[in-house]
Design a protein around this ligand. Structure first.
Ligand SMILES: *[C@@H]1O[C@H](CO)[C@@H](O)[C@H](O)[C@H]1NC(C)=O
Ligand SMILES: *[C@@H]1O[C@H](CO)[C@@H](O)[C@H](O)[C@H]1NC(C)=O
Length: 441
């Protein structure tokens, strides 16, 4: 069988889950940190930020456990325009199993108010910034990711442990103590990758606490998950990803049909032999991290910049300016970072292929929910003459959308399409159709 080189755009999975919850008044004992005030967290300016910044910025730490050894770091970018505090509030944290710095990746690389110049020195306004529509809290979790820290090094090292989600809830509780004016806002969770697991877990905790007694109620409206990795079965992702690579002409027929690589998603783990085979023959890691058409920066590796980097893969060119800027001492001072000796890195530290699922893998996971299709696969549009991606909606309240001609970093590759998705998500309206494509609505 001949390999097929499809030159169609690479779709990626952006998943929207819109869930509307009933209202309850509830309580939860928090961990107010009386020493730090909101004013302490105010950012006067970030080095080399552009003129005319018309939104509030705060950053600092919130203690999340009784023993006070874990402090999660956040960066808040307030909404622009009139009445910013009346706009929704989004808590963004990326990761869990495979944590990523949300401040670096979502904040300063993709959806936040600023973009960083290639030399890592200058900030410019992001014309598609999501804080035009909402207030953003980017939080680093767990401790050990980005600027979040723990007194006990054991907590710092355990970046892949699964017990940190209640800490994110405690973070939120502490944050509302510091910013009570946002308590009643429409509230959403956003993230990517294994946030497909941690996001719903946090939503569950919020809802359980909302129901429990009276006090703090969090007006949770929905979740937005990019590149959703649900980790439903041991390996529901792998066969669709292998097939995907074969369809794109990235692996040979031999690799595709290699017996070690035929996987029963409910039973098998990636066979080590298969993994080796792929690494050797398909150059998989290099080709397939964020975008199969992305050039690499083979001369710059994380270890060259940061000897303590946990990340072993290749350096993505677009990570370089973000790392440079956020690791500048004057920037960290402006952000109120208490240096923890960690080097902030916008990339998934595990460097594993499976952490960036193909959209086909996300689809395969969704099928396992056995949900009912309400509106089937259809194209959606920003420019009415050009398909921006495809979308489908389940009756259960979930919309699955792909973005054409984009790698995993949709905010970098297709910022206008990403913004359109975010707007539809907040408005709870279908993605735009086109009069030129009657079948699209
Ligand atoms: C809520 O608090 C009020 C006063 O603090 C109390 O009277 C009431 O019983 C509480 N309700 C519940 C459900 O705990
Ligand atoms: C979906 O349907 C299959 C086949 O009937 C079943 O084995 C599986 O348990 C169902 N999954 C869920 C989440 O209900």
């Amino acid at each position: 069988m001949a390999t097929k080189k499809k030159k169609l755009s690479l779709g990626i999975s952006v998943l929207l889950v819109v869930v509307v919850f009933e209202s309850f008044v509830a309580a939860k004992t928090g961990l107010p940190d009386m020493q730090t005030t909101k004013d302490d967290n105010l950012i006067d300016f970030l080095p080399n930020q552009p003129e005319g910044v018309d939104f509030l910025q705060y950053s600092g730490y919130i203690t999340v456990n009784e023993g006070k050894e874990i402090e999660l770091f956040y960066y808040f970018a307030g909404a622009t325009g009139d009445n910013p505090t009346s706009k929704p509030l989004i808590l963004c944290f990326t990761g869990h199993e495979f944590p990523i710095s949300s401040i670096a990746s979502w904040g300063f690389q993709q959806y936040g108010p600023f973009r960083i110049s290639d030399d890592g020195n200058q900030l410019t306004r992001n014309p598609h910034a999501w804080n035009q529509l909402a207030n953003f809290i980017f939080v680093e979790s767990p401790a050990g990711v980005g600027f979040s820290k723990a007194a006990d090094p054991q907590f710092m090292m355990s970046v892949t442990r699964a017990i940190d989600i209640p800490y994110v809830y405690n973070f939120l509780f502490g944050w509302f103590e510091r910013f009570p004016e946002f308590r009643n806002n429409d509230f959403y969770l956003a993230g990517q990758g294994s946030f497909g697991v941690s996001g719903p877990k946090l939503a569950q905790i919020i809802l359980a606490n909302n129901h429990m007694s009276n006090g703090t109620f969090i007006n949770l409206k929905g979740l937005l998950i990019g590149n959703a990795n649900f980790l439903l079965s041991p390996n529901a992702d792998e066969q669709p990803e292998t097939d995907y690579m074969w369809y794109y002409g990235m692996i040979s027929d031999t690799a595709w049909s290699h017996p070690n690589c035929v996987i029963d998603p409910d039973v098998d783990d990636w066979d080590d032999d298969c993994m080796d085979f792929f690494m050797d023959k398909a150059n998989m890691k290099q080709n397939f991290k964020y975008n199969i058409y992305q050039a690499q920066c083979p001369n710059v590796k994380p270890a060259d910049v940061d000897p303590n980097s946990l990340y072993t893969g290749f350096y993505e060119c677009f990570d370089y300016p973000v790392s440079l800027y956020l690791n500048t001492p004057s920037v960290q001072r402006s952000l109120h970072v208490e240096s923890n000796g960690l080097y902030l890195w916008p990339t998934d530290p595990s460097g594993e292929y499976g952490t960036i699922p193909t959209f086909t893998a996300t689809q395969a996971n969704l099928l396992r929910f056995n949900w009912t299709v309400q509106s089937d696969w259809r194209p959606w549009f920003v420019n009415p003459l050009e398909v921006a991606g495809y979308a489908m909606t389940y009756k259960e309240g979930l919309t699955f959308a792909t973005v054409r001609n984009s790698g995993s970093k949709v905010g970098l590759d297709q910022p206008e399409r990403a913004f359109t998705i975010f707007k539809s998500f907040l408005d709870n309206t279908p993605l735009p159709s086109s009069p030129y494509f009657p079948f699209s609505s």
